[in-house]
Ligand binder design. Structure first.
Ligand code: G3D
Ligand code: MG
Length: 177
């Protein structure tokens, strides 16, 4: 009998956009497992309640600042059930590079559930990406879009929960545990 689900979640985007901060903000206070740290990946796990009567565990893989380290990629992407595509709303380049990140995820993982995440919304006054640009990109990727702040916590839980639901509903990559 199925007792629950385990979803591997990846968080991709340029260095400095806040991937580690978002992950730690979400997983804070829960068991942190860093056994892959030596190969440049930190692993965080957190249970989420999707109201489905079975536990869902998110296992979040965070690169240890080696976003562009090619050798790590196959391992990092292998078996990912879904992911966050993160940019920094105050950094135009991080937005421009999203297409590359999107293509890379598709190359290694196929069509897994993804969410577009504009982080650092607490710095909205310094935004360098317009609402219409964000909207257009999310539409072209056909994925939902959120703005978050790892600093204030705004939308952080929601975005991971939304992704967990999205993965569950599409039932791709969920493993029984
Ligand atoms: P990364 O894992 O994608 O490389 P980090 O990004 O989580 O290491 O964050 C990079 C920097 O951005 C950090 O600042 C971090 O504190 C900051 N940061 C992350 N999320 C937010 C946010 O939501 N709002 C604001 N204002 N800052 C954020 P430092 O100064 O340590 O480089
Ligand atoms: Mg990091």
């Amino acid at each position: 009998m199925t007792e629950g689900y385990l979803f591997k979640v990846i968080v991709v985007g340029d260095a400095g956009v806040g991937k580690t901060s978002l992950t730690i903000r979400f997983a804070h206070g829960y068991f942190i497992d860093s056994y892959l740290m030596t190969i440049g990946v930190d692993l965080y796990t957190k249970n989420v309640d999707l109201g489905i009567g079975k536990p869902v565990k998110l296992q979040i893989w965070d690169t240890g600042g080696q976003e562009r380290f090619k050798k790590l990629r196959p391992l990092y992407y292998k078996g990912a059930a879904g992911g966050l595509l993160v940019y920094d709303i105050t950094n135009r380049n991080s937005f421009k590079h999203l297409k590359d990140w999107f293509d890379e995820v598709q190359k290694y993982c196929g069509k897994i559930p993804l969410i577009l995440v504009g982080n650092k919304v607490d710095l909205i006054k310094n935004r360098k990406v317009s609402v219409s640009e964000e909207k257009r990109l999310a539409e072209s990727f056909k994925i939902p879009h959120y703005r978050t702040s790892a600093k204030t916590g705004e939308n952080v839980n929601d975005v991971f929960l939304k992704l967990a639901k999205f993965i569950y509903e599409t039932s791709i990559g969920g493993k029984n545990i």
